[in-house]
Design a protein around this ligand. Structure first.
Ligand code: GLY
Length: 370
């Protein structure tokens, strides 16, 4: 299935398909014969996928370290150097093979190579498919800040080969699934009862690798892509009120990830817990209907996420509150929370100056009730 979206004037073709694309498929980004080299960027975990897609060594390869630690300036330099060495011109095509780390770094490098090379992604994780690979956010970490430097530079083609999902560890599927639940909550056009039922059918995803499960997952990926694309098309650079809603549950989630210690819990687990907290905050501020909040929490619980507060991975409430405060400083001095609404979600901003607001957030994080 191919769907085409336009993000800030750039067309992105999303290919959700069973198998890997061939080199010929990927190079069809050019109308005729490739005018410039194709450079594949991967890490040691995805090298076999890059090799399978490259075919018989017809294109250049740059192998980076794996993991978040690779999202740095050295990796960008490595990609730029590899591109220069293989004689890539402005027309060159960079192809990232991997999850969010690979697509973020490669996207950034492509955006500055001779003021912008062509870009395609082969997304190999569930989280990457439903979030990172789509919408043009590129980044590297700097000065101990995640995603400190980056650009908006959408890939022209994103391949999502669902056959790779069968080889992913259950924890990675679980991490991606939380973002898909998030988009289902955000989808104002769908009915919760119908949307959520599809997730209940996936309850055994940790042990079930059957084709039926993969097919169900592929449908959910397609829906999540459609919903995310709608928000990004409306607000490609997050300057308006649409794209920010994709951060549902993320303010609580980021603070939990920092207070647990980076890498201690998966992003998806933190997002699921953050959505549960957002339901409580939304209820306390009169934005989330009680029944909808309960429905969302029941679904997250059934999928095996820890939704009770405080989260067992949280080192201390003080560290958690400090992380929230750091986030507030970055966001023009206000706590910005996206919470479920009657349909979809809404943004609420608390300046945190009133003791009552701080106590509300603290109580929610501590499980002391809203
Ligand atoms: N990950 C949220 C966004 O792409 O805006």
């Amino acid at each position: 299935m191919i769907s085409t979206f336009t993000f800030g004037g750039v067309k992105t073709a999303v290919h959700i398909q069973e198998n890997l694309p061939s080199l010929k498929n990927i190079q069809s980004i050019w109308a005729g014969a490739p005018p410039s080299p194709t450079l594949f960027v991967c890490d040691s975990n995805t090298r076999h996928i890059a090799d399978a897609a490259r075919g018989r060594d017809e294109s250049a390869l740059c192998i980076l370290e794996s993991g978040e630690g690779a999202k740095n300036w050295q990796s960008v330099e490595k990609i730029l150097e590899a591109a220069q060495k293989c004689g890539a011109g402005r027309d060159a095509l960079f192809v990232a093979v991997g999850g969010g780390v690979m697509t973020d770094i490669t996207g950034f490098a492509a955006s500055i190579y001779m003021r912008g090379a062509r870009l395609a992604f082969i997304s190999t994780t569930l989280l990457g498919m439903v979030d990172a690979a789509l919408g043009g956010k590129t980044a590297i970490d700097m000065f101990e800040r995640k995603n400190f430097a980056g650009t908006f530079y959408p890939a022209q083609a994103v391949y999502m080969p669902v056959s790779v999902l069968g080889t992913l560890p259950a924890a990675q599927i679980k991490s991606g699934l939380a973002e898909i639940v998030k988009t289902a909550i955000l989808d104002e056009e769908s009915d919760d009862d119908i949307a959520f039922e599809k997730f209940y059918a996936l309850k055994n995803f940790t042990t079930d690798k059957s084709d039926v499960l993969k097919k169900k997952l592929a449908k959910l990926i397609a829906e999540a892509v459609r919903v995310k694309a709608r928000f990004v098309e409306a607000d490609p650079q997050e300057t308006g009120e649409a794209r920010v809603l994709l951060n549902l549950g993320h303010t609580f989630a980021h603070a939990l990830e920092s207070s647990a210690g980076l890498g201690k819990i998966s992003h998806g687990e933190a997002v699921a817990w953050g959505i549960a907290r957002a339901c409580e905050l939304g209820l306390a501020r009169g934005k989330t209907p009680k029944a909808r909040g309960e429905k969302i929490r029941a679904l997250l619980g059934a999928l095996g996420y820890e939704i009770a507060a405080p989260h067992p991975a949280m080192k201390s409430l003080e560290v958690f509150m400090r992380s929230l405060d750091d986030d507030k400083k970055k966001k023009a001095g206000a706590f910005r929370f996206v919470v479920p609404a009657e349909r979809g979600a809404v943004l609420i901003q608390l300046n945190g100056e009133k003791m009552e607001e701080m106590n509300l957030i603290k109580n929610i994080a501590a499980g002391a009730g809203a």
